[in-house]
Design a protein around this ligand. Structure first.
Ligand SMILES: [Zn+2]
Length: 111
């Protein structure tokens, strides 16, 4: 089944709410983003209200899917998705702050 991957058939891989086990209707599943790497979908359960964010990637070996429960709204997901990836320097900065035990203090300044 997974080997016969064809968009948008892969939406059928999202079958049940992981929280309350209710069957998803296809109409409950939104496609937030689709590109050559895969598909980002968002499903809200009508029964319990849980939001499931699912990412599919189509690779030569088959389809890989990740699913997480989220309390983000679809628009918030897209806002984060549009931000720049972490750069090498971002990682080094964080490591520096951790080594100086300044990370928590810096996070406190942000709030
Ligand atoms: Zn549910």
């Amino acid at each position: 089944m997974i080997n016969n991957f064809q968009s948008p058939l892969n939406l059928k891989l999202i079958k049940k709410c992981p929280v309350c086990n209710m069957d998803y209707q296809q109409s409950m599943i939104q496609v937030l983003d689709e590109n050559e790497y895969g598909l980002l979908t968002y499903a809200t359960c009508k029964s319990c209200g849980a939001n499931l964010l699912t990412k599919f990637a189509s690779l030569p070996q088959g389809v890989i899917g990740n699913a997480i429960l989220t309390d983000l709204k679809p628009q918030e997901v897209m806002d984060f998705a549009g931000q720049d990836d972490l750069s090498d320097n971002d990682v080094l900065d964080i490591q520096y702050l951790i080594s100086k035990k300044e990370l928590i203090n810096n996070l406190k300044k942000l709030t």
